[in-house]
Write a protein that binds this ligand. Structure first.
Ligand code: ADP
Ligand code: GLC
Length: 487
């Protein structure tokens, strides 16, 4: 029987873990293409050749050069590299735009690079070229899949290009980031005036990368079913609810997975001790190690609350800072790893200074410590105001550290509140706040700690979460089905 040729996919992203990552997008862009590659798809990942990417792939060879593709967009070339799994990675090499200190989007001091429109329009433009008749290569994708605003112009460029075109998918990882820039960029980026339209790339007088993507693409996905509904409401639609309601027939939510090889408490080199659902003893050693690392009193008696997060309004951690003192007075400990908002950094650091035995704070980014917090904490705090998917609550479920969350986005889709009924029927996995304020947070922490004191019930709760399957295999199957439908 003839086997059908593998589906060809170009996956464009502005970050990819472990090399370039500011949040969950980097994790997803690393794990999803790998899972699709394993399932037999013919995948190329297109990502800017930042310094970290060049260092990671010193043997990458030049595949093709691309002449200046219009507007102020400079010429560039594609370097081809191969991940250990055999997955092909295409590095978009343009040193004047991507070889810089700092993060993928920001200068070392924090502000955004002023030429971000140019940088990410080039990423989008090159993805469009490589997947159309304009490509200098023979290989053409049937599907091009963009992620967030940084790749939002792909469907727009393709819309105005002649010849055959692939089908396009845009994934919203976070609608709060839209890539809105002054109108003058339109011609600088080589977009035609026809794109400057309410039904196009114009958004309240700005050129919006994300809106362009959502308007011109064939399919829109977001990273959880609940978030797919929420973004159609004024409250969480960030001004784009109308467009998303209009596009609802092609909008769906696919819950992210987690990399269960990287996040596996039974085999994690960052941990003080290995453990699994059947052998939870190792968790105590991890708690002691975390207390030691954070300079806290080393004791099994105090409930230890963990946080690993970008410190931004989205994450609701201002509520944690607001009740920090009460948590300490009630005999709890707090371990916080994160960076971002200066006010929040200051509030947590101040708490740690006043209560060094009870509050440990690390401002910065630390992969190893993030694993140790997932393993060493008793309860993981993630009271997000909104959360498209969220990965940390899934990591904490897998690490036997029940998460405390708000019922929003992916948190609503992955965490089941613990009460007598859900504990009895085996569905309880964490704690869900009844409201969106510091008081709701505090009462839910008290409720969680009361459960923690019942050791048998707690073990059952831990095991429920640890038994959940959040592997990428499931999510990759959903994407594959969507690609097949489209192609
Ligand atoms: P978001 O993408 O909104 O930041 P997610 O929960 O989807 O939220 O993903 C966050 C990812 O970034 C997780 O892998 C988390 O462990 C990681 N992370 C966030 N802050 C830090 C930090 N300070 N140090 C290490 N890892 C972090
Ligand atoms: C965004 C969201 C987060 C999601 C991640 C990966 O950063 O804030 O909820 O998990 O993207 O999709």
């Amino acid at each position: 029987m003839p086997t059908s040729a593998p589906l060809r996919l170009l996956f464009a992203t502005s970050e990819i873990a472990p090399w370039v990552k500011t949040g969950g997008l980097g994790d997803v862009a690393a794990a999803l293409p790998e899972a699709l590659h394993r399932s037999g798809m013919d995948v190329r990942v297109l990502v800017p050749a930042y310094p970290a990417m060049k260092a990671a792939f010193p043997l990458a060879h030049t595949l093709v050069g691309i002449a200046a593709p219009g507007g102020l967009l400079p010429p560039c070339r594609i370097l081809e590299a191969s991940a250990p799994s055999g997955l092909t990675i295409w590095l978009l090499d343009c040193p004047e735009l991507f070889i810089r200190p700092g993060g993928p989007y920001q200068t070392p001091d924090g502000p955004d690079w002023p030429d971000n429109p140019l940088r990410f329009a080039l990423l989008s433009r090159v993805a469009a070229i490589l997947s159309s008749d304009a490509s200098p290569l023979e290989w053409r994708p049937q599907i091009v899949h963009g992620n967030d605003w940084q790749t939002g112009l792909i469907p727009a460029y393709l819309h105005f290009m002649p010849g055959r075109r692939p089908r396009t998918v845009m994934t919203i990882h976070n609608l709060a980031f839209q890539g809105n820039f002054p109108q003058q960029w339109l011609s600088d980026l080589g977009l035609p005036w026809d794109a400057w339209h309410l039904e196009g790339a114009e958004f309240h007088g700005y050129l919006s990368f994300l809106k362009a993507g959502l308007y011109y693409c064939d399919r829109i996905t977001t990273v959880s079913p609940t978030y797919a509904r929420e973004i159609c409401s004024d409250e969480l639609g960030f001004g784009m609810a109308g467009l998303l309601q209009h596009r609802a027939p092609v909008l769906s939510g696919i819950l992210n997975g987690i990399d269960d090889a990287v996040w596996n408490p039974a085999d994690d080199s960052s941990l003080a001790a290995a453990y699994d659902g059947e052998h939870l003893e190792g968790k105590a050693a991890n708690k002691a190690e975390l207390q030691r690392l954070m300079g806290l009193a080393v004791t099994p008696e105090k409930p230890l609350l963990g946080v690993v997060s970008r410190l931004t309004h989205q994450k609701g951690l201002d509520w944690v800072a607001a009740v920090g003192e009460q948590l300490v007075q009630a005999g709890m400990q707090l371990a916080v790893l994160g960076s971002g908002d200066k006010g929040l950094q200051g509030a947590f650091s101040d708490l740690a200074q006043r209560y060094p035995d009870s509050v440990g704070v690390r401002i910065g980014y630390d992969e190893g410590l993030s694993h140790q917090i997932e393993a060493g904490a008793d309860i993981f705090l993630m009271p997000s105001r909104f959360e498209p998917c969220g990965l940390n609550q899934m990591y904490s479920l897998r690490y036997g550290t029940p998460p405390l969350v708000r019922p929003t986005g992916g948190l609503a889709d992955t965490v089941t509140d613990c009460n007598d009924a859900t504990l009895a029927n085996g569905s309880a996995t964490g704690f869900v706040m009844p409201g969106a304020d510091a008081e709701a947070l505090l009462s839910t922490v008290y409720r969680a700690v009361a459960r923690w004191r019942d050791k048998d019930g707690w073990r059952a709760l831990q095991r429920n979460g640890m038994a959940r399957d959040f592997s990428w295999t499931r999510a990759a199957q959903s994407y594959l089905a969507l690609y097949r439908q489209l192609a």
